[in-house]
Design a protein around this ligand. Sequence first.
Ligand SMILES: *Cc1c(COP(=O)(O)O)cnc(C)c1O
Length: 437
Amino acid sequence: MNQSDITAGQIRQGAPFLWVNPERQTDFDPDLPLNIQHIRDADNRLRRFGPLLTQLFPELSDAGGLIESQLHPVPTLQAEVYPNLSGQLLIKGDHALPVAGSIKARGGIYEVLCHSEALALQHGILHDTNDDYLKLTSEPAKVLFSQYEVAVSSTGNLGLSIGIISAALGFKATVHMSVEAKEWKKTRLRNRGVKVIEHKDDYSAAVTAGRAESDANPNSYFVDDENSQQLFTGYAVAALRLQQQLSDADIKVDAEHPLFVYLPCGVGGAPGGIAYGLRLILGQHVHCFFAEPVEAPCVLVGMQAERSAEIESVYDFGLKVATEADGLAVSKASPWVCSLMRTLLDGVFTVDDDRLFEYLYQLQQHESISIEPSAAAGFTGPDILTATEDGKAYLLANQLSDKLDNSTHLLWTTGGLFVPEEEMFKFSAKGKQLLNL
Ligand SMILES: *Cc1c(COP(=O)(O)O)cnc(C)c1O
């Protein structure tokens, strides 16, 4: 059996495992489409919108309109749950990103801002990009935006992000929700005047339906999670922000101080954009791993496909996308993102649903941080790398085994801020029970 047959067999089994990307390169491929200037431009655009965002969302006033999350040390979690881990464990707290309550605040809001800026420039509401962006809340701007629709398909969180910002700017907003979407996410959107269309099918089907409906309306703009460079670039800005936070915390990333980043992954855009930015900005000593449910490892499947056009879905492996991690419940990855990840990603690991609830509970107990199940997908990563045979073989092959004392392990928590209290209680009760506590 060759390596890809072995991997296919492991995917089929639906049990957790680590896949190490044989095509990762240490040097950043200069032919990749986005460079540092694209990411800086995106950051500058977000900063131009700061005053406007503060006006629309007063919770952003302390941050000057920047939507950003904290870098948290988690010493108690590390001591209690990862007692044998050397190096430092940190959390990048996108579970608490304001406005959208998930990692989707990065890409989703960015893309709608790009669209509104382009329309405003085209229609003379803004003269140029140095103009006063508060003009976008003026009456003429509202009249303009109300003639246009922004549409998206989602398993929940992307819909929240796009729906909330689009409605706040005065667009008509339509969200196509796949079957996984939680009821409370739909209600939250409807309360803001967003049109929610419920599909009985999975995410890929909701994308196809949403895209077709939007394409038929010349005044509708479809945020395309599978193909959007703007969305991806918005996510990548996280790397600039993290670089600053690491430097503020005196955390080095270099040959002697590797950084391991564990990112929950659905269609691939959010973790892909972040991994791309991190490899571009921090270089080869950042090691990015995606975490996917055993029942929905779509990027893992996508990375196996020899050519991106032939990417298969997880259904071809007998899997059913049966997961409580609604943010990761995707059968078919973005082929475009998979192709961008080919030389950048260190690997992908899969995780059992039960573990999500266990970690969710432990994080709450030890650090008083509440996240949704999807956001816990990366939490098995440090143990997979340092305490399994496959992980140790990877570390050895990459000359990392002797660098662990100086390493940093970053768990990227991707959602949770708006989960209703009674839902959160059920999640943590389930985790507690699974741990026999
Ligand atoms: C969407 C989402 C992800 C993954 O992002 P993709 O772009 O779909 O890969 C991870 N966690 C949560 C909570 C999400 O909502």
